[in-house]
Design a protein around this ligand. Structure first.
Ligand SMILES: [Zn+2]
Length: 315
């Protein structure tokens, strides 16, 4: 018996280095859910892939004497090999350097600009290069990056901003009306109390300090903030089209039944992503599930911290 459709996604892995077992944990977890749903009669679509733009990648490629494209081609291939070695049953392995994805991200950015959700301004703040994120003075923890604890530097640039506050009340209501939207419960409270209740700041959504990204079509030198690019993968690779000529997969499978992600990127998936979708007039995912991290001692296992365990493939 067909119980209907079920669309599950993992986060797309950042191609700044080869994946470690923490990344592998997520795809295996998603795979077990996908297989379970299939066995239970659901029409499952399972998407995973790689996030391939950003300053960190550009710098890593330069260090390795490679073009950014060569660099991400190699890492994406390693990631896919590991997903295949783990025998994961994904339906589509997507890469954000895909030409159609880039075209749709450009159209999304332009639409949001034209309808007034994105405007041009100047950014002044503290910048964390490894995280590619700006912070205000008050967000810093002991003068360091609140996300990773590393040094930040003062930076100023002309940039585009997204009026997040415009959609904050609607998002708050959606979270209240849909208790399963953010899971587990503890993470929902964290998002609401730490980010929504204090009031959402406008989000800086373009960069000019590097060029390895999706170019803003109407303003040379600007590239689209990597999170708008990356989050859009969930719809662009199903055939979402800004002009409304959606592909069949999009019509059938969107909204996602679950975005399975690490708890560290919940803010992007439960605040920025739903607001982007609201601005586009599209439905929100039914659930965002933030899983815990694999730990090394007291620390999160992460490529940028260098404390990782890799899966080695022999033969
Ligand atoms: Zn940082």
């Amino acid at each position: 018996m067909n119980k209907g459709k079920y669309y599950i996604t993992t986060a797309i892995a950042y191609t700044s280095g080869k994946p470690h077992i923490g990344n592998t944990y997520e795809i295996v977890l998603a795979d077990s859910i996908a297989r379970f749903k299939k066995l239970n009669g659901y029409d499952v679509y399972f998407q995973t892939g790689t996030d391939e733009h950003g300053e960190k990648i550009q710098l890593k490629a330069q260090d390795a004497n490679k073009t950014s494209q060569q660099f991400v081609d190699e890492i994406a291939s390693q990631i896919k090999t590991i997903w295949d070695t783990m025998n994961t049953s994904y339906d589509n392995f997507v890469r954000t350097t895909d030409a159609n994805h880039i075209k749709q991200v450009q159209k999304i950015f332009k639409k949001l600009f034209e309808q007034g959700d994105i405007y041009k301004g100047t950014y002044e703040g503290w910048y964390c290069t490894p995280d590619e994120a700006f912070f205000t003075e008050s967000q810093l923890v002991d003068g360091k990056c609140p996300d990773c604890g590393r040094d930040v530097h003062k930076a100023k640039e002309e940039a585009y901003f997204f009026k997040m506050s415009k959609y904050a009340d609607r998002l708050m209501k959606h979270i209240e009306d849909n208790p399963k939207f953010i899971q587990p419960e503890s993470r929902k409270n964290e998002m609401v109390n730490n980010f929504l209740k204090p009031g959402l700041q406008d989000l800086c959504v373009s960069r000019t300090s590097f060029n390895w990204g999706v170019p803003v079509t109407f303003d040379e030198g600007h590239v689209v903030y990597v999170w708008i690019d990356a989050l859009s993968n969930y719809i662009t690779f199903l055939g979402y089209d800004v002009d409304g000529n959606h592909g069949d997969l999009y019509k059938k499978y969107w909204p996602a039944d679950v975005h399975l992600i690490g708890k560290d990127i919940l803010r992007f998936h439960t605040i920025y992503w739903p607001i982007i979708l609201m601005a586009l007039g599209e439905e929100l995912p039914k659930q965002v599930f933030g899983h815990p991290w694999l730990m090394v001692g007291e620390d999160k296992m992460s490529k940028s911290r260098g404390n990782v365990v890799y899966l080695v493939i022999h033969g």
